[in-house]
Ligand binder design. Structure first.
Ligand SMILES: Cc1cc2nc3c(=O)[nH]c(=O)nc-3n(C[C@H](O)[C@H](O)[C@H](O)COP(=O)(O)OP(=O)(O)OC[C@H]3O[C@@H](n4cnc5c(N)ncnc54)[C@H](O)[C@@H]3O)c2cc1C
Ligand code: SF4
Length: 343
C-alpha cells in the first residue's frame, strides 16, 4: 500500500507549528459530497512518531495535503519532575522514555506499566505519549485497506453511511484503543492544548467525546503540548492489565488500570479506568467511593470488578467477542486490585 502524496512541514517551535496549522487547516480539496462522513482528503495532519499515522495513511484513512512533523520541537520533549513531585511530560516524549524513567516508575507506576504494554519495543522507541492520547479509534471494519473497505460499502466513520457493527443506527461505535490514557485518568492528569487563541488546560477526562468518529476535542489547528500529573497522584500503587491477541505486539481489546494509595493497610484513595471497551477511555464511576477507607479483600475486589464490567460497553468492533472482553475486564479488575493491595 503506497503512501498518498503530501507536503512535509518541519517547524522548530510550538509557535511556528501553530502558525502552520492555522494557515493550512482551512485549506484542502474537500472532495467528498456534502454529508459524507470521515476525514476528507486535504488539509493538514500532525505527525509525532508516525507509528499510527503512517499505516493509516497507507490505508487511505487519512489523505492530508500537508503533514506537520513535530520532531524538531525540542520544547515538546522530556519528563520534568516538579519540586512537589508532580510531573510535566512533553507530548513528544517517547513511550520508551516513559517506560524506563526511574522517576515515573517510582512515583507513577501505573503509567510506566501502561507505556510498557504498548505494541513492541521498536514501536515504543518511535511512538509518543501525545500520539497515544490522540490515537484514532479502531474498528475491524475501518482499519483496513481502501479496497477492503470499498468492497464492504465503506461505513459511517469514513465515506459511507451505514455502520456494520450497529446496522440501522447513525452513530459510529469504534473503540478507543490506546494504553496510556486509562493510566493517566487514574492519576487525574491534565493536558495542555495550544491553538490560535493560546494555551488551554483541561482534565484528560474531559478530552474524549465518547463518539467513535469525532472522538476527541482537538481542533484541526490545535496541538497537544504537555501532560501534567499533580503531586497528589504521586505514590499510588499501580497495575495495568491488558487483553490482546499477540502478547508481543498488539492493541488492547480490553484493559484495566488500577491505582491505589494505601496507609496502614487501608485504601486512602483509589481509581479504576478502562480502555478498548468503549469509544472513550473510561474512569469507572463509583469505584473510588467503594474503595476509599476500605481494606481490599476478595468480596470488595469482586464488587468493584462487577462495576467495571458493567461500565464496559464492548461491541463487535474487534476480533474477540464483546462477552469475552467484558468478562476479562471483570477478571483483570479483580486480580489487579488484589495485587495492588498486597505488599
Ligand atoms: C503494529 C502496531 C501495534 C500497535 N499497538 C499498540 C498498542 O498495543 N497500544 C497502543 O496504545 N497503541 C498501539 N499502536 C499505535 C501507536 O503505535 C501508539 O498509539 C503510539 O503511541 C502513537 O504515537 P505516535 O507518536 O507514533 O503517533 P502518530 O502516529 O504520529 O499520531 C497518531 C495520531 O495522533 C495525532 N497526534 C500525534 N501527536 C499529536 C500532538 N502532539 N498533538 C495533536 N495531535 C497529535 C496525529 O495527528 C495522529 O492522528 C500500535 C501501532 C502498530 C503499528
Ligand atoms: S463502528 Fe465500525 S463499522 Fe460502525 S461506523 Fe464505526 S468504524 Fe464503521
Amino acid at each position: 500500500m503506497s503512501l498518498p502524496e503530501f507536503k512535509l512541514l518541519r517547524p522548530s517551535s510550538i509557535e511556528q507549528a501553530s502558525e502552520l496549522l492555522a494557515r493550512y487547516s482551512s485549506e484542502g480539496t474537500f472532495a467528498f459530497p456534502p454529508g459524507a462522513r470521515g476525514s476528507p482528503p486535504g488539509g493538514i495532519r500532525i505527525i509525532a512518531g508516525g507509528t499510527d499515522l503512517i499505516p493509516s495513511m497507507r490505508q487511505k484513512l487519512f489523505e492530508p495535503q500537508y503533514v506537520l512533523d513535530l520532531r524538531r520541537i525540542d520544547e515538546l520533549k522530556g519528563i520534568n519532575p516538579q519540586p512537589d513531585n508532580g510531573v510535566i511530560i512533553g507530548a513528544l516524549t517517547t513511550l520508551t522514555m516513559i517506560e524506563h524513567s526511574s522517576f515515573l516508575k517510582g512515583h507513577y507506576q501505573v503509567l510506566s506499566e501502561a507505556a510498557a504494554a504498548v505494541a513492541s519495543p521498536v514501536i515504543r522507541n518511535m511512538g509518543t505519549i501525545g500520539g497515544n492520547i490522540c490515537l484514532d479509534t479502531r474498528c475491524l471494519w475501518y482499519n483496513q485497506s481502501l479496497t477492503w473497505r470499498k468492497a464492504c460499502g465503506f461505513c459511517i466513520k469514513k465515506e459511507g453511511d451505514l455502520c456494520h457493527v450497529a446496522p440501522g443506527g447513525t452513530k459510529c461505535w469504534a473503540a478507543f484503543s490506546a494504553d496510556t490514557p486509562p493510566a493517566l485518568l487514574c492519576l487525574n492528569a491534565e493536558i495542555e492544548i495550544v491553538g490560535p487563541k493560546g494555551a488551554r488546560r483541561i482534565p484528560l477526562r474531559d478530552f474524549y467525546t465518547g463518539l467513535g468518529d469525532a472522538y476527541c476535542k482537538l481542533e484541526a489547528n490545535e496541538i497537544l503540548t504537555r501532560i501534567l500529573i499533580p503531586s497528589a497522584s504521586a505514590g499510588y500503587r499501580g497495575i495495568y492489565r491488558k487483553l490482546r491477541i499477540r502478547g508481543s505486539i498488539d492493541y488492547p481489546l480490553a484493559a484495566v488500570a488500577v491505582a491505589l494509595k494505601r496507609a496502614n493497610g487501608q485504601i486512602m484513595a483509589g481509581q479504576v479506568a478502562l480502555t478498548a471497551v468503549h469509544s472513550a477511555p473510561l474512569l469507572v464511576k463509583g469505584a473510588a467511593q467503594m474503595l476509599q477507607g476500605q481494606q481490599v479483600d476478595q468480596a470488595l475486589a469482586e464488587a468493584v470488578a462487577d462495576l467495571a464490567a458493567k461500565t464496559a460497553k464492548p461491541l463487535t468492533t474487534s476480533a474477540l467477542t464483546p462477552e469475552y472482553r467484558r468478562e476479562m475486564i471483570r477478571v483483570f479488575t479483580r486480580r489487579a486490585l488484589i495485587e495492588a493491595a498486597s505488599n
